[in-house]
Design a protein. Structure first.
Length: 172
């Protein structure tokens, strides 16, 4: 049986370029983000769930013995890999959990730290790293998207690099 694997499995945190500190060279970890929230950030506070993942190139990552490449990556993922939830709190803390809500998941991941949102840029400080990603928030602050490059192993064993748009929706 052919095994398919999403190389960038933790969907957002693990696939983003992380700028980490090397404590051996005298540098220190970035400080936690602090301060009051802007109006935009106040609207952003809440729980956000991954709801879609669409690629630029067609990819077949399902092991179903049918040649059926698609740009609809989210539909091809196992339930555990679809289970990605961010919780952005009003004290600037955030938590990212993967594989906590789906059944029988084996690779639970949790990240936490602090966050800031300014002019379409979402900044995280977590685990001695700082990263900033471009996001687009819809007008009523109920959905945001981001774009990144992913590497997929398709069912034929080829590695395919493609731009992917991830969609997160705010739960009420």
């Amino acid at each position: 049986m052919k095994k398919t694997m999403l190389i960038a499995s933790s969907v957002m945190m693990m696939n983003l370029l992380m700028v980490s500190c090397n404590l051996d060279d005298g540098s220190s970890c970035p400080e936690a983000l602090t301060g009051g929230l802007s109006d935009i950030e106040t609207e952003f506070v809440g729980t956000w769930v991954l709801t879609n993942m669409v690629s630029e190139e067609e990819v077949d990552i399902t092991d179903d013995d049918v040649e059926n490449p698609s740009t609809e990556i989210f539909q091809q993922l196992p339930d555990c890999q679809k289970d990605v939830v961010y919780d952005f709190e009003s004290d600037r803390k955030f938590t990212l959990e993967q594989e906590y809500n789906a059944t029988d998941c084996q690779n639970k991941l949790t990240f936490d730290g602090t966050w800031k949102l300014t002019e379409g840029k979402l900044t995280f400080v977590s685990q001695c790293t700082s990263q900033t990603i471009d996001i687009v928030v819809n007008d009523d602050s109920t959905m945001f998207t981001l774009e990144d490059t992913y590497f997929f192993n398709d069912v034929n064993g080829y590695v395919i690099s493609t731009s992917v748009t991830l969609t997160y929706e705010k739960t009420l």
